[in-house]
Write a new protein. Structure first.
Length: 673
């Protein structure tokens, strides 16, 4: 058997040979949708399985974002697999809060200021202004600011030691310094000005983006940042309590009752596995936008460490920013201040404070988050590019949005068709017409056909176009809205896959019924349906006694072909995907009779199964020396030809009712009709 054995002396050798390779099952009901949402990672596919998960990941919709949310939710009525990608425009901003800059002055024994320091330093966008108020002498001394515009930081502050008449400024108490402008909050020694909000923070789109940007945020004192961009993050408040020797700060902390005990100081923190002072963190829904209840606590984190190398007793990292990054659904923390006490101040409005002299409580409300504007074709292209790799995400339907203009709809849809037909080659695009052609149009049929004439969709069997918008109830905003039918149409196909198979037509009363539809933007009559079908659009009609139904199964292919029906296109996509996966098992094997026979034995049962389930009427598989010639073998190739006769769906039914005379035999007239 083998030329070489695993033993030099007599022995019994056990081997296993696996000849159980087969064709794997492949998913056929997964959609991909790009839209504008209030919350969630940006340009990152997130798999959701129901509306509750959709709301948890991307937030309950406001009125401006209801159409996209309800479109995604509509698909999930039929299937529990949808990749959702959030897209944003450049107007979107992330909410957050900085550790404010604080000025401190050092006096000598005579009461003369010898130095002024600012901490933390950096993070300015322009040169700030420093002022001093209420000096004991009644005269405001001159202040010189040495500003480094290259590094956006203050290199030094000098206060004049003379009043101009030869006298010197002496202070019995510390004066109040204020640093304003420069894109930072306004803060003074022992006073906090809450009227100035933090600068607009760079947008953190997703977890990969945070890993890239967090160092820069820490350097610029962007300590607490909303997890995702958008106004929804402005509802958050973050409160931290550090360790003190007598636990008095913890006892007076508003959220102390949520924790088992006070955070520890370095003298006993090691007992809990930390290597430095500990901190408790509470994340609060201050405005109630997340939970519906203002000031509800959303998350708590206890006994975290201020030391970057800290470990728990179980050996996992315990550095506060790292734990929050791993576990929080609401915020990032770029870095922890070395000690809260060095930034003590007076409690103020808006939930922002450094409460008490030397206090170890830090509470900030996140601000300045802003929502996305209306998405353009460029943002949709960026979003769908995240699902263009068939090895990265398994997708069967790319669901198009409903753009306002026909030209924008054409741009978005044709880009998606290019992904489906030329890049992925394993999915179809489902689209509705542009919104203005249907919703509110006096002549929707003519508008749809005119839009197609002047702004042509790619004529492809990978595109399926319906011809309507669905009126659905928006329970989040107590309103009715029109959404593109495309997401529900794709959902009908997914449901048909689960109930029957991808090679069954999704149209008609058996499998083509829409759920949760109050009405249609327009209900096409027979002449409307005829013209729309001729133009490559599949009508959706409200049939008496049958409900809202998909009334066509044409792809957008312009020439007569078996692939001008969606069931044939999806039959081939399913077989191509499954058999290609099986072919991976013979990659790098020898192209000989054994390997070819193995491949045939794997594939033929699958084709017979599909034939038995009415997907194909006949097939032939050729994989032998006739198509794997010596030349093919010498070029390291392997060829299998799979001939398929696909089953065809019925599009036209003729019922002949024939009246005959009483004395006529049926056999005489059957052949005449």
């Amino acid at each position: 058997m083998a030329l070489y054995t695993a033993s030099e002396s007599p022995a019994i050798i056990t081997r296993e040979v696996d000849l159980t390779n087969g064709v794997p099952n492949v998913p056929t009901s997964t959609g991909a949708f790009v839209g504008d949402f209030r919350w969630g990672p940006v340009n990152e596919p997130v798999l959701v399985n129901n509306e509750a998960t959709l709301a948890n990941k991307f937030g309950n919709p406001d009125a401006d974002r209801a159409i996209d949310f309800l479109s995604a939710s509509s698909y999930l009525q039929y299937s529990d697999d949808l990749y959702v990608v959030r897209a944003i425009t450049t107007s979107t901003a992330t909410g957050g809060a900085q550790i404010p800059a604080v000025l401190t002055a050092t006096k000598n024994g005579s009461g003369i200021i010898t130095s002024v320091a600012v901490a933390p330093n950096g993070g300015y966008t322009s040169e700030p202004t420093v002022t001093i108020s209420a000096p004991d002498s009644g005269i405001t001394p001159a202040i010189t600011l040495n500003y480094d515009a290259v590094n956006d930081e203050i290199d030094g502050i000098t206060v004049a030691d003379s009043d101009g008449s030869g006298g010197t400024y002496r202070y019995d108490t510390d004066p109040v310094f204020t640093i304003t402008g420069g894109g930072r909050e306004t803060v003074a020694v022992n006073a906090y000005d809450a009227t100035n909000t933090p600068e607009t923070l760079p947008v953190v789109q997703n977890a990969d983006g945070w890993d890239t940007d967090k160092t820069g945020h820490a350097a610029n004192n962007h300590i607490t940042i909303a997890k995702w961009p958008g106004e929804l993050g402005n509802s958050l408040k973050v409160s931290m309590c550090g360790a003190s020797a007598d636990d008095s700060d913890f006892t007076n902390w508003a959220y102390a009752s949520l924790f088992d005990g006070a955070p520890g100081t370095s003298s006993f923190a090691a007992d809990r596995g930390a290597s430095n002072d500990e901190v408790h963190i509470a994340i609060i829904d201050e405005d109630g936008e997340f939970s519906g209840v203002p000031n509800r606590v959303l998350e708590t984190f206890s006994y975290l460490s201020l030391a970057s190398n800290a470990k728990t007793t179980q050996g996992t990292g315990n550095y506060a920013p790292d734990v929050v990054a791993r576990s929080s659904n609401y915020i990032w923390i770029a870095a922890m201040p070395a000690a809260f006490g060095s930034n003590a101040g007076t409690a103020t409005a808006n939930g922002k404070n450094y409460a008490g002299s030397g206090a170890l409580v830090h509470t900030v409300s996140l601000v300045n988050g802003s929502n996305s504007g209306s998405l353009t074709s460029a943002e949709y292209a960026t979003g769908f590019a995240t699902v263009n790799d068939p090895n990265g995400t398994a997708v069967d339907f790319l669901i198009a949005p409903g753009m306002g203009s026909a030209s924008d709809q054409q741009t978005v849809v044709n880009n998606m068709v290019n992904i489906a037909e030329n890049t992925r080659k394993d999915c179809v695009v489902v689209t509705s017409p542009n919104r203005t052609a249907v919703v509110g149009s006096a002549t929707p049929r003519a508008s749809i056909i005119a839009a197609q004439t002047s702004n042509t969709f790619t004529r492809s069997s990978y595109l399926f176009a319906d011809a309507n918008y669905l009126k659905v109830y928006d329970k989040f905003n107590d309103n009715y809205v029109f959404i593109p039918a495309a997401s529900s149409t794709a959902g009908i196909m997914a449901a048909s896959d689960n109930e029957t198979a991808p090679w069954f037509s999704p149209a008609g009363t058996r499998r083509g019924s829409y759920f949760g539809v109050a009405s249609l933007a327009f209900n096409p009559d027979k002449s409307d349906r005829d013209e729309l079908y001729k133009a490559g659009y599949n009508p959706i009609a409200n049939l008496p006694g049958q409900g809202v139904t998909l009334f066509g199964d044409k792809t957008h292919l312009s020439r007569p072909s078996a692939f001008d029906r969606i069931n044939v296109r999806r039959l081939f996509l399913t077989l191509e995907k499954a058999i290609s996966s099986a072919a991976q098992n013979i990659l790098f094997e020898f192209n000989d009779e054994f390997t070819r026979a193995e491949f045939v034995n794997i594939v033929e049962p699958v084709l017979r199964n599909v034939q038995g389930r009415r997907g194909i009427t006949d097939f032939k598989l050729v994989c032998d020396e006739t198509n794997n010639t010596a030349e093919i073998i010498d070029t390291n190739q392997f060829i299998a030809n799979i001939f398929i006769k696909p089953a065809r769906s019925i599009n036209f039914i003729t019922l002949n009712f024939v009246a005959v005379r009483s004395g006529v035999s049926f056999e005489e007239v059957v052949g005449a009709v």
